[in-house]
Design a protein around this ligand. Structure first.
Ligand SMILES: C[S@@+](CC[C@H](N)C(=O)[O-])C[C@H]1O[C@@H](n2cnc3c(N)ncnc32)[C@H](O)[C@@H]1O
Length: 179
């Protein structure tokens, strides 16, 4: 069944491999985002500007094709990185990536996190997943650790319920540092 874009049902609950359809339906937007975030050094430059704590994992939820995850591995080292996705889009395999619905498996993975990237898609279409990502980060980030999301994604909740997050965002990235 095709994805229903106007449904209140999150994409993941319509199809576990929903990104195949989303990418095919939005080719030009994905090409634009790739040229802005993947084919440039904007992610690398942003990461280099942070003082990431020495203790804790670097975690990317929503690895997809690993474009950003690979940048994290290059910046922080393969051994420090862990990733999650509900569907295995990587045909070469990657032992550091756990396949499963993060909404249900996150509690088996509580651990110190130094940097958390909430790559679980849009807040409007993946609301329940993004929220679990945000709450997992708030519970697991070490002091001085960072939560990261893309600024162009609309609908991020207010930070009122997250008083220990210090907003250090820029115009491209939503960045919250744990006090
Ligand atoms: C928009 S894509 C990620 C794009 C990513 N920021 C990048 O370019 O590297 C969203 C990813 O989140 C995954 N995802 C969404 N909800 C999830 C969930 N509850 N558990 C695990 N993965 C999920 C999807 O399968 C998809 O690969």
């Amino acid at each position: 069944m095709p994805l229903n874009y106007s449904s209140d049902v999150d994409f993941i609950d319509q199809s576990l491999s929903f990104m195949i359809e989303v990418e095919a339906d939005n080719e030009s937007e994905f090409a634009l985002r790739k040229s802005e975030f993947i084919d440039t050094n904007k992610v690398e430059d942003m990461l280099a500007s942070l003082t990431v704590p020495a203790i804790g994992k670097v975690c990317k939820v929503g690895v997809w094709k690993a474009d950003i995850y690979n940048k994290l591995k290059t910046a922080f080292g393969v051994d420090r990185c862990i990733g999650f996705d509900c569907y295995d889009y990587l045909d070469n395999g990657d032992d550091s990536v756990t396949i499963g619905d993060f909404r249900t498996i996150h509690s088996n993975h509580n651990q110190d996190i130094a940097l958390f990237w909430n790559g679980l898609g849009g807040w409007d279409t993946n609301t329940s997943s993004k929220q679990v990502g945000l709450d997992y980060a708030y519970s697991n980030l070490v002091s001085g650790g960072y939560y990261i999301d893309l600024m162009y994604l609309e609908g991020h909740p207010s930070l009122d319920a997250y008083p220990n997050f210090v907003d250090v965002s820029n115009d491209l990235f939503r960045i919250y540092r744990m006090a």
